[in-house]
Write a protein that binds this ligand. Structure first.
Ligand SMILES: CC(=O)N[C@H]1[C@@H](OP(=O)(O)OP(=O)(O)OC[C@H]2O[C@@H](n3ccc(=O)[nH]c3=O)[C@H](O)[C@@H]2O)O[C@H](CO)[C@@H](O)[C@@H]1O[C@H](C)C(=O)N[C@@H](C)C(=O)N[C@H](CCC(=O)O)C(=O)O
Ligand SMILES: Nc1ncnc2c1ncn2[C@@H]1O[C@H](COP(=O)(O)OP(=O)(O)OP(=O)(O)O)[C@@H](O)[C@H]1O
Length: 561
C-alpha cells in the first residue's frame, strides 16, 4: 500500500469498524440516562414521537454518520459541529446531542424536524451517551488495559497485547489494540487517525470487539484524550503509568496541569487497578493521587518500598533479561525483552505487572507467569520504536521526539556502542507543537551524539527553516558552553539528511533517525510528502554497500525487528 493510502479518513475508519448488531436505545431513554448522570439534558421538541426515535450508533464527524446515529455536535477551536448538521442528517442522523449554541444552529438549519438533546458538557456526555447506545458497561467487556505517560505508551501497549495474546490464545479468545499506529480487532487492523480516538468511536469499538470475540484489549490513553473527554464512559480493568516529562505544554500550560490530566485516569470510578511506575517524582505523586487499588513498580534499581521491582538486569542480545520481584510474597519472575534501551525494560515490566495484577477471569495468573518465563512476549517488533534496520553500522529508527525520549534513546546507543564507534543522529522537531522543547532537544543531541544532523520532521504550517533554526540555536549554545567537538550540520530535506548520516558512517558506528518512527509522510502545510525513515535508511545502507537486516525497513514491511 503506498504511504498516501495508509491513513483512512474518519469516515472510512468508522465504516470498517462499525459493529453490526447494536440493540441501541431510544431518545427518551437516552435522555433519562443522561439525566441520571447529572447532565441536565433538555430535549426538544418534547413529543412522544421524538422520544421513541431509535438510536443505533454515534458519530462526531458528519462524514462518519450512519443511519440511525446520534450526531454529537461539539464546539471546537475551528468550528461548531452543529454547522454541519445538514450533512449529518443526509447521512442518516436521527438525533443530535449538542450545547445551547449548537441547538440554535440546528434550529436555524433545519427547524424542528429533528430531536435535539441539549447539555452543557457535550464532550463529557458523549461517552455515556455512546455507552448507552452500544450497551457498554463496566463489566460488558472486553477487559481494557490502558496505558498513559509521556513516553512508552505505544511500546507498552504492544507488549501488553503480545502478552495478552499468549494467555488469551489458550482460551481461543482474540485481543484488540487501540493506539498511535493502528487499531486492531484480532487479525484485522486499520491505521489510526489519533492515538486515542473520540469517545463515540471508542464505544463503537468496544461493541465491535465483543462481536468479534475480543476478550481483552490494550489501549493508549493520551493526555489530549483525557482533556478532551475522549475516554468518558469507559472503564479500565487495569491502567498503567509510564512516566511524565516535558511534552504537550502547548495544550496543558504547565507540568502540573499535564499531570492533573493524566491523573484523572487513575480514579476509582474509571479504573479498577492502577499500576504506577514510580521511577520519577511524578510517579510517586501519581501513586498518591490514584484511588482504587494502587500497585507501585520501580524499574530503575533505586531502593524504595514498592510492590514490584525490577532486579538482576543483564544484557541479552540487543535487549535485556530481568527479574520481577514481588516485595510482599518474595515471588521472582524472570523474563526479557529483545528491544534495545533500558527504557524498554520499564515498558516490559509495566506490561507484565498490569497483566499479573489483573483480576480478569479470562486467564489465570499461573498462565501469565508461564507466558512471561517461557514465551518471550516482549521480543516483538514495534513499528518505528527502536526498530533495528541494520547492525553494522547499527542503524535504528526511533520515535523519540521530546527531550526525555531523546536522552533515553541516546543512552541506549551509548550502552551498545562498539569500540570507538560514533553516534550519528538525525533529528527534527514537529511544527505547531510545544516549541519550548526545541532548543533543549538540540542541546541534548550535541551533548550525547558525536555527529548531529538537524533536519525536518512534520513542519505542519510552520516554516521548516525556522524550526531547524530553533533546534540549531540550542545545539550551538550547548556546543559553545560545553566546548564540545560534536560535528553539527543542517541538512534538508530529510532524505538528504539520512543519506548524509549513512555516507558518514563506518561499520562500528550507530546511526539513529529520531522523531518519525512509523510515519510514512511529512506534512508541509497540509501537503503530504511521502517518506518512511525505515525504507529510506534501508535504501541508503544498500547504496553505501552496507547490509541491512533481511526485510527490515522494506516499505510498509518495516515491522521486522
Ligand atoms: C488539539 C485537539 O486535540 N483537537 C481536537 C479537537 O479539535 P477542535 O476542538 O479544534 O475541534 P474542531 O476541529 O473545531 O471541530 C469541532 C467539530 O466540528 C466538526 N467539523 C469541523 C470542521 C469541519 O470542516 N467539519 C466538521 O464537521 C468536527 O468533527 C468536530 O466535531 O476536537 C476535534 C474533534 O473532536 C479533534 O479532531 C481534534 O484533534 C485534532 C485532529 C488533533 O490533531 N489532535 C491531536 C493533537 C491529538 O489529540 N493527539 C493525541 C496524541 C498526542 C501525543 O501523545 O502525541 C491523540 O490522542 O491523538
Ligand atoms: N519508558 C520510556 N521512557 C522514556 N522514553 C521512552 C520510553 N519508552 C519509549 N521511549 C522513547 O520514546 C519514544 C516513543 O515511544 P512510544 O511510541 O512507545 O511512546 P508514546 O508514549 O506512545 O509516544 P507518543 O505519545 O509520542 O506517541 C521511543 O521511540 C523511545 O525513544
Amino acid at each position: 500500500m503506498p504511504p498516501s493510502e495508509t491513513r483512512l479518513s474518519v469516515a472510512e475508519q468508522d465504516s470498517v469498524l462499525r459493529p453490526q448488531r447494536v440493540t441501541g436505545t431510544d431518545v427518551g431513554q437516552l435522555r433519562e440516562v443522561l439525566h441520571g448522570l447529572g447532565y441536565d439534558p433538555l430535549l426538544t421538541p418534547v413529543s412522544g414521537a421524538a422520544e421513541k426515535i431509535r438510536l443505533t450508533g454515534t458519530a462526531m464527524n458528519p462524514n462518519a454518520v450512519g443511519q440511525g446515529d446520534l450526531f454529537v455536535a461539539v464546539s471546537g477551536a475551528r468550528a461548531h459541529g452543529a454547522d454541519f448538521v445538514r450533512d449529518a442528517v443526509e447521512a442518516g442522523a436521527a438525533a443530535v446531542l449538542t450545547d445551547a449554541a449548537g441547538v440554535d444552529r440546528v434550529r436555524e438549519a433545519l427547524g424542528y424536524v429533528l430531536p435535539v438533546i441539549q447539555v452543557e458538557k457535550v464532550r463529557d456526555s458523549a461517552g455515556p451517551a455512546a455507552a448507552t447506545i452500544y450497551g457498554n458497561t463496566a463489566d460488558s467487556g472486553p477487559a481494557l488495559f490502558g496505558v498513559t505517560g509521556t513516553n512508552g505508551k505505544t511500546t507498552t501497549s504492544y507488549f501488553l497485547r503480545s502478552l495478552l495474546n499468549q494467555v488469551m490464545a489458550r482460551r481461543e479468545k482474540l485481543t484488540g489494540l487501540i493506539g498511535t499506529i493502528e487499531i486492531a480487532a484480532g487479525q484485522e487492523t486499520i491505521p489510526s487517525q489519533l492515538t486515542t480516538p473520540e469517545a463515540v468511536q471508542l464505544h463503537s469499538l468496544m461493541a465491535l470487539f465483543r462481536e468479534r470475540g475480543v476478550g481483552a484489549a490494550a489501549m493508549e490513553v493520551s493526555s489530549h484524550a483525557i482533556s478532551y473527554h475522549r475516554t468518558s464512559g469507559l472503564f479500565y480493568e487495569v491502567a498503567g503509568f509510564t512516566n511524565l516529562t516535558q511534552d504537550h505544554l502547548d495544550l496543558h500550560g504547565s507540568m502540573e496541569e499535564y499531570f492533573a490530566a493524566k491523573a484523572q485516569l487513575f480514579a476509582r470510578r474509571r479504573t479498577r487497578t492502577s499500576v504506577i511506575t514510580v521511577d520519577d517524582p511524578w510517579g510517586h505523586q501519581m501513586a498518591s493521587a490514584a484511588s482504587g487499588e494502587v500497585i507501585t513498580l520501580a524499574t530503575a534499581g533505586q531502593p524504595m518500598e514498592v510492590d514490584w521491582e525490577v532486579v538482576d538486569i543483564e544484557l541479552s542480545g540487543l535487549g535485556h533479561a530481568f527479574t520481577l520481584h514481588h516485595a510482599r510474597s518474595g515471588e521472582r519472575i524472570r523474563t526479557r525483552t529483545g528491544l534495545p534501551g533500558r527504557f524498554n525494560i520499564s515498558n516490559a515490566a509495566l506490561a507484565a505487572v498490569m497483566v499479573l495484577e489483573s483480576k480478569n477471569t479470562e486467564f489465570s495468573r499461573a498462565e501469565v507467569v508461564e507466558a512471561l518465563e517461557q514465551d518471550d512476549p516482549f521480543t516483538i517488533s514495534v513499528p518505528g520504536r527502536m526498530q533495528v534496520i541494520g547492525t553494522s553500522p547499527a542503524a535504528i529508527v526511533d520515535f523519540a521526539h521530546n527531550p526525555d525520549a531523546m536522552i533515553r534513546t541516546l543512552e541506549a546507543a551509548s550502552e551498545t556502542r562498539q569500540g570507538d564507534g560514533k553516534i550519528i543522529l538525525v533529528i527534527g522537531a514537529a511544527g505547531e507543537r510545544d516549541r519550548s522543547k526545541r532548543p533543549t532537544m538540540g542541546a541534548i543531541a550535541v551533548r550525547m551524539a558525536d555527529h548531529v544532523i538537524i533536519s525536518d520532521d512534520d513542519p505542519h504550517r510552520e516554516d521548516p527553516a525556522q524550526i531547524r533554526q530553533e533546534l540549531m540555536t540550542g545545539a550551538q549554545e550547548a556546543v559553545e558552553l560545553g566546548e564540545l567537538s560534536t560535528v553539527l550540520e543542517e541538512v534538508s530535506p530529510r532524505a538528504d539528511a539520512i543519506e548524509r548520516a549513512v555516507s558518514s558512517a563506518s561499520h562500528e558506528d550507530t546511526i539513529i533517525l529520531a522523531g518519525r518512527g512509523h510515519e510514512v509522510y511529512q506534512d508541509f502545510a497540509g501537503e503530504h510528502h511521502p517518506i518512511d525513515d525505515r525504507a529510506e535508511l534501508r535504501a541508503a545502507l544498500l547504496r553505501h554497500g552496507f547490509a541491512p537486516l533481511e526485510d527490515a525497513g522494506r516499505q510498509n514491511g518495516g515491522e521486522t525487528a
